[in-house]
Design a protein around this ligand. Structure first.
Ligand code: G
Ligand code: G
Ligand code: MN
Ligand code: NA
Length: 254
């Protein structure tokens, strides 16, 4: 496979970089954190999003090395970006939870760069939870015990078995953008509005936070505010950008 060779070369040349997308309090558009999003600075093809290579990276066992390239850059940039107040959210590949020392390696990395654990959040997908439940539970509980936040990514798209929600130390549900995109412009309640409302009610009763992903329009923002969703991210507020774009930026986006 040609892409596999390209991936291995790119890992050796450190071509993977994090871009950062603000996560905002949608009531006052204050920035509360950033999600670190993987990009490949390809020497010929330019900036590539993960959709173009992440599946192959997972299948060829390259995903862990790519994750670590991102984690190391996040660790170096986290204090300047968060000013020790907000948080940086990192995505962890599902296959990565097979490494029994993932938790300790992450804690060591952040300690080495004096990044407080509370300034880091780990995003995990439903699929990862179900593939290796006992080990994922132990890793997430240890991270949580040290103060790292845990968010469930792409919520609503996977198995959405509600039984596991309280079995893991999850504090935040990220509503997948496929629901946000379909929020109606008017007061009428469509299918997605009902789903988002139900996720918000579930999160409220479990005392979890909700972050809506992929907010692109004012109408979607209004719908989310009506539902009582507190946090969001999306092109309406900001595109993912290199850390340099956000350093010294005001903490409010309006
Ligand atoms: O940025 P983009 O919309 O193309 O991201 C597509 C998918 O890639 C998202 O589902 C996201 O969770 C995943 N992703 C983004 N950054 C990372 C990363 O650093 N590591 C891993 N494993 N997945 C990521
Ligand atoms: O799966 P994950 O949620 O981690 O993916 C986040 C991805 O969504 C990122 O790759 C990011 O580039 C993309 N993204 C962020 N905001 C928007 C948006 O408003 N619209 C769309 N279509 N994609 C977005
Ligand atoms: Mn994510
Ligand atoms: Na997501």
């Amino acid at each position: 496979l040609e892409l596999e060779g390209d991936l291995r070369r790119a890992i050796a040349r450190n071509e993977f970089v994090p871009f950062f997308q603000p996560i905002v309090d949608i009531v006052d558009t204050r920035v509360v954190g950033y999600e670190a999003l993987l990009r490949w600075r390809h020497p010929e093809r330019g900036l590539l999003p993960p959709g173009e290579f992440l599946a192959v990276a997972e299948d060829t066992g390259c995903a862990e090395a790519i994750d670590w390239q991102i984690f190391e850059q996040v660790a170096r940039q986290a204090r300047a970006l968060t000013r020790d107040e907000g948080f940086i959210s990192i995505n962890v590949s599902g296959s990565h939870f097979r490494s029994p020392n993932l938790d300790q390696r992450l804690l060591d990395l952040f300690a080495e760069h004096q990044v407080p654990a509370r300034c880091i959040r780990v995003e995990v997908t439903e699929r990862a939870l179900l593939e290796n439940p006992a080990q994922v539970k132990r890793i997430l509980e240890n991270l949580r015990h040290h103060g790292v936040g845990i968010a469930l990514d792409d919520f609503g798209t996977g198995y959405s078995s509600l039984s596991y929600l309280h079995q893991y130390p999850i504090e935040t549900l990220k509503i997948d953008r496929s629901f946000v995109i379909e929020l109606p412009a008017e007061e009428s309640e469509g299918h997605s509005t009902a789903v988002v409302r139900a996720i918000q009610a579930l999160a409220d009763s479990l005392r979890m936070q909700v972050i809506a992903e992929g907010i692109e329009t004012e109408a979607q923002l209004r719908a989310l505010r009506r539902i009582g969703c507190r946090y969001g991210q999306g092109f309406l507020f900001a595109q993912p950008q290199p850390a340099s774009k956000w350093l010294g930026a005001p903490l409010s986006l309006d």
